[in-house]
Design a protein around this ligand. Structure first.
Ligand code: IPM
Ligand code: MG
Length: 372
């Protein structure tokens, strides 16, 4: 297969982790005989610096004309510390999602047994955790009209949803639940918010077309608690833009680190893959960032294009790195392995999918991920 892949490193640790993903995709291309053509674009604070806008037209055109976009992370300390900035890096990402129509953001949360002891929650609690968050990505409070009063003493953000916006992602979530364990949890705040009540009405109506899927509705505050107390009880969670943002970060920590969670943003005509975590500006250039969320995003990318074996090979190689404790310090505080070493290890082992983890521990200890 030939794929044109747009690469947006972004800010903070973004370029470092995307570089490791590219190594893995190159290994996949070589092993499975594909042609991946990479083109780089800029978005975020780096784009504001160079072009005065977080999403230059060339970047948007590049993504629109590529088969897929692989994005890094957006945001810097400078902007985090300056809430008054009129032009913000995040606006680039939000505009890109909107322009490409990426309404369905899928965030799979799966506990890998190899690193279960690194979860901050008890082993028995998290064992077998495997759920997917379907986060609506192009509507709601993120995109509603924003206002600040003239004297600056009051502000508002409009949260607006239409039936159409809810129903298109709801269908995707129900289909996913149908393929999986047939349970869908709608997370909202229907005891307070009108938009949430609309979500409930639309989702309940749609549920009649999926009789084999059980629909459960949870308020966001309760869902946040249940996710920590009983993560294995969830299968597919469906929620709006804001609640999905918060719940997915919570999900990432259940499985051991925010550095682990990938995501797929899917629309009618375009798709983009990006880690769930932020730009971790404190770690920029230190070679300590965890590249796994970005690398697992490439596994989602490959699966999206029907390259199932290739996707499995990437995941198997990531699991090998876990098994061999080739971990970045966010998971294993004492680890001596950096971003590039972990990325190299995973890319190197994509070629030996049937090798059954038959690696030479001595060489790994020496920093050479050689296979015997
Ligand atoms: C995410 C991020 C973004 C979001 C930020 C960077 C705008 O937190 O993808 O979860 O809030 O959607
Ligand atoms: Mg987020």
């Amino acid at each position: 297969m030939q794929l044109k892949i747009a690469l947006l490193g972004g800010d903070g640790i973004g370029p470092e982790i995307v570089a490791e993903s590219v190594k893995c995709l190159q290994a996949v291309a070589e092993t499975f005989n594909h042609t991946f053509i990479f083109s780089k674009g800029i978005m975020g604070a780096i784009a504001i610096e160079k072009h005065g806008t977080p999403l230059p037209k060339e970047t948007l055109d590049l993504c629109a004309n590529s088969d897929v976009t692989l994005s890094g992370t957006i945001g810097t300390l400078e902007y985090d510390n300056n809430p008054d900035a009129k032009i913000r890096p995040e606006q680039g990402l939000l505009q890109l999602r909107k322009e490409l129509g990426l309404f369905a953001n899928v965030r799979p949360v799966k506990m890998f047994p190899e690193i279960i002891k690194h979860s901050p929650l008890g082993k028995d609690l998290v064992r077998g955790t495997d759920f997917e968050i379907y986060r609506e990505l192009t509507g709601g409070i993120y995109y509603g009209e924003k206002k600040v009063s003239e004297d600056g003493t009051s502000a508002s953000d409009l949260c607006l949803y239409t039936e159409k916006e809810i129903s298109r992602i709801a269908h995707r979530a129900f289909k996913a639940a149908k393929r999986r364990r047939k349970k869908l949890t709608l997370v909202d705040k229907a005891n307070v918010l009108e938009t949430s009540r609309l979500w409930r009405r639309v989702v309940k109506t749609i549920s009649t077309s999926y009789p084999d899927v059980t629909l459960e509705c949870l308020y966001i505050d309760n869902a946040a608690v249940q996710l920590l107390l009983n993560p294995t009880s969830f299968d597919v969670l469906l929620t709006d833009n804001m609640f999905g943002d918060i719940l997915s970060d919570q999900g990432s920590v259940i499985i051991g680190s925010t550095g682990l969670l990938p995501s797929a943003s899917i629309g009618e005509y375009h798709c983009m893959f990006e880690p769930v975590h932020g730009s971790y500006p404190q770690a920029k250039g230190k070679n300590i960032a965890n590249p796994v969320a970005s690398i697992l995003s490439t596994a989602l990318l490959l699966e999206h294009f029907g390259l199932k074996e290739e996707s499995k090979a990437v995941i198997a190689s990531v699991r090998k790195s876990f098994k061999k404790k080739i971990l970045t310090p966010d998971i294993l505080g004492s680890s001596k392995y950096g971003t590039d070493y972990v990325g190299d290890f995973i890319a190197d082992h994509i070629t030996d999918i049937d090798d059954d983890m038959n690696m030479n521990d001595e060489n790994i200890g020496l920093g050479k991920s050689t296979i015997i």
